[in-house]
Design a protein around this ligand. Sequence first.
Ligand SMILES: *Cc1c(COP(=O)(O)O)cnc(C)c1O
Length: 334
Amino acid sequence: MNSKDKISLQDVLIARKRIAPHIHHIPLMSSASLSRISGSNIFLKLENEQVTKSFKVRGAANRLLKLSANERRRGVVTVSTGNHGKAVATMAQRLGINATVCVPELVLQHKIDAMRDIGAEILTHGADQEEAEEHAMSLANDKGMTYISPFDDLDIIAGQGTIALEILEDLPEVDHVLVPLSGGGLLSGIALAMKAVNRSIRTTGVSMDRSPVMYWSIRAGRPIQMPELPSLADSLIGGIGLGNRYTFDLIRTYMDDACLVSEDQMADAMVHMLVNERLVVEGGGSVALAAPLNDRVLNLGKNVVVVVSGGNADMPTLLKLVRQRSSIVTSSAH
Ligand SMILES: *Cc1c(COP(=O)(O)O)cnc(C)c1O
């Protein structure tokens, strides 16, 4: 059975009802500066302003709300470079569930502090996401806790897909949605819901050019592994798993195009957003903005929605980028 037979628009509609009390529906915001530069009507889906400052709370809410009473008592364990962990910790706290988050050593301290503040137990383990994940899964096994995958889980995918329903309500004439792509939970959910409503709405996945694992896996026709490299988009670092169960198939089935952006292009996009829109966007949240800013997208179309996926930017990094880009700051500030 293909992954596409295991999840449908119906699952996304049910997820939306289930998570509604826990998330914000932030209306699309049109961006004059991006529209001018790209020549299309660009609208922003501002998940950087979402509860926990990333869309990850949608999937986490849907997954945790579906746990049985017994599973809730035993607690949950997950792996995260920050945003998924923060989302799981937040929902666990609201529902009175114990949460443990395994993080690789690469994770930024401010993201660890945020998760600990919310009440999660943090375990630093392994050089990369994959080692931390193995640790989380063996913990789940040993202690009878439920493992919550950051992306390769049907309830997580359905939760992230609720973004598509909000976009369709706010802008029924949408032609094209640009979506950050790492493990593919976000894009799987959005693309499957969009295609179910209107097959002519296109989705493009945007990844960083440093180890874009899903991008090359799709081209290879099977999940592949790549070394994890440091990036400004820390929330996009990590593989898709050689034993990927759902997102690889779903992306292959529903995504129309993919493109890559560089570290510099992300940094420019972050500063652009701060200066022109007065919005804080983190590296991983900036990739789909960087694509139209640098003419990286095939057939952009008329009405385009850019998913701004997260706002958990590290302040020292953001200040450094702003200082390095004084030309952007002085040429466009008003
Ligand atoms: C997790 C995350 C992504 C990528 O989502 P996937 O489901 O792994 O593709 C993009 N942006 C931000 C800010 C994230 O936290």
